[in-house]
Design a protein around this ligand. Structure first.
Ligand SMILES: Cc1cc2nc3c(=O)[nH]c(=O)nc-3n(C[C@H](O)[C@H](O)[C@H](O)COP(=O)(O)O)c2cc1C
Length: 214
């Protein structure tokens, strides 16, 4: 977790992975501590307890994830500041978060960045594009409304669910109301198809009517 706003994304991801019994290792930046304090009723210590394995100091570059020989299934940075985004893009691995992300890229392991800033200036977009081209998942926490969120919790859970999809972790349970994203898009596709068929049928009726008139 870094110091971008949206500490709740990291918290919900840890809670979700804990319920699934997934081993999690947590690193929080100095500014993550600040945003946790500003934005949530949580403390960094209580969030550290959500990690099923361990919590590491961001300064500890001798931690296991600093090395490619330590096997992991990937890394999620949620929320991810544009400062950490820039460090990862540049390969400037001077703390444990940017170093671990660097290791994921070089070892070709899944890396997802819940990058957050607005407005997005050119350098952020360039950094995102460069990393996306390397296969990094860029997941700005952009709310979706098609599942009719009942509140902020639904919005957050939906975004976290989409991030989990990237790791191949089933996120149906995470969807507000247990609704599948696919289900909604299928309904939309069905409605669009229905509409085209209806227009085609109206056109036919019109042509027949015109022919009869002549
Ligand atoms: C309340 C608050 C909100 C912030 N929100 C953002 C944000 O949304 N995105 C961002 O990139 N930085 C944000 N920042 C600035 C980062 O915390 C700052 O750039 C910090 O150096 C990031 O370092 P880190 O990536 O090591 O956590 C925010 C800072 C504060 C105090």
């Amino acid at each position: 977790m870094t110091g971008a706003t949206g500490a709740i994304y990291g918290i919900r991801a840890l809670q979700f992975l804990r319920t699934l019994g997934v081993e999690t290792h947590l690193i929080m930046s100095k500014w993550a501590h600040a945003s946790i304090k500003y934005e949530t009723p949580w403390t960094p210590e209580s969030i550290a307890n959500l990690a099923t394995a361990r919590n590491y100091s961001i300064r500890d570059l001798s931690a296991p994830m600093s090395s490619g020989s330590w096997k992991s299934d990937g890394m999620l940075i949620a929320p991810c500041s544009v400062k950490t985004l820039a460090a990862i893009r540049a390969g400037y691995a001077e703390d444990l978060i940017s170093r671990s992300a660097d290791v994921c890229i070089k070892e070709k392991r899944p890396l997802v960045l819940g990058a957050r800033e607005t407005p997005l200036r050119v350098i952020y977009l360039e950094n995102m594009l460069a990393l996306a081209r390397l296969g990094v998942g860029i997941f700005p926490a952009v709310p979706a409304f098609y599942m009719r969120p009942k509140g902020l919790e639904d919005v957050v859970d939906h975004s976290v669910g989409r991030m989990m999809d990237y790791f191949g972790i089933e996120s149906d349970e995470f969807m507000p109301g247990g609704e599948k994203v696919g289900g909604v898009s299928e309904v939309v596709t069905f409605l669009l198809c229905g509409q085209s068929l209806y227009s085609w049928w109206l056109g036919k009726v019109y042509c027949i009517h015109q022919t009869e008139q002549k």
